[in-house]
Design a protein around this ligand. Structure first.
Ligand SMILES: [Zn+2]
Length: 252
């Protein structure tokens, strides 16, 4: 995801690197994760939720970062108040610095690599869950989209809570992220696909799709999922795309 501008570094940032990819975690990341998971009652429930969110978003962004690396573009990861962000970094070029110029298909691959990494993580969680004694059971999202779930019958509530939220976050948010709403990953896929097909009007078309699908997702999130967060997020993204449309209105 790439929703807002980058949060400036603070001295409370957590910094580390994975396989040479620098990661910075802004303190607001934990606060927003807590707010999203505030339905958990026990302190252990809240901790499990934080671990689930942290691992899931980190792996999603690592998917983008490794895809960037595949095309010769170094990047760094920031986890902040709107989730995660993988930022391409300039590479030394001649006497100065430059960014690698990526083709639309490479952009599409990089966008898909985030949700793709999340889906792989969900498969891995299913395998681990089954290996440690869980049973794979069918479940649905919104009562229509079938997804697999892991349940432990011996009354291990914390284990159940971990796996249910882990699978839910990686599968459900992976699918949400693939909606063609800019600047979500699906929005970027749609944008580069349409620009490639129609260089003149592709961007405009992808923004209109973003406005319509964003507005529908905002209403759907509120009515079907009871989620004020989704209503707010998608309402704002639809409005942002509409504003971008106004910005390019006079350009063609
Ligand atoms: Zn992403």
């Amino acid at each position: 995801m790439n929703l807002f501008q980058i949060s400036p570094p603070t001295r409370f940032d957590l910094r580390f690197s994975i396989a040479g990819i620098p990661v910075r975690v802004h303190p607001l990341f934990w606060l927003i994760a807590l707010l999203l998971g505030s339905t958990s009652r026990s302190i252990w429930g809240v901790l499990i939720w934080l671990v689930v969110i942290f691992i899931s978003i980190l792996v999603h962004e690592l998917g983008h970062a490794f895809a960037f690396r595949r095309f010769g573009q170094p990047s760094s990861i920031i986890l902040h108040f709107s989730g995660g962000l993988t930022v391409p970094e300039s590479v030394p070029w001649g006497g100065g610095y430059a960014n690698v110029s990526l083709t639309p298909n490479q952009h599409i691959f990089i966008s898909l690599a985030g949700p793709g990494a999340g889906f792989l993580l969900a498969v891995l969680a299913l395998a681990v869950g089954a290996a440690i004694g869980g049973t794979i059971v069918p479940a649905t999202i919104l009562g229509i989209i079938p997804i697999p779930m892991i349940l432990f019958s011996d009354g291990n509530n914390l284990l159940n809570q971990f796996f249910v939220s882990f699978l839910w976050v990686n599968i459900f948010w992976g699918l949400i992220n693939l909606l063609p709403v800019i600047p979500l990953d699906g929005g970027n896929v749609c944008r580069y696909f349409l620009i490639q097909r129609d260089p003149l009007n592709g961007l405009r078309t992808s923004l209109w799709i973003s406005v319509v699908i964003g507005a529908l997702a905002a209403v759907g999130g509120f009515l079907l999922l009871d989620s004020i967060y989704m209503a707010f997020l998608f309402g704002m993204l639809a409005f942002q795309s509409f504003q971008l449309l106004q910005g390019i209105a006079g350009r063609f």
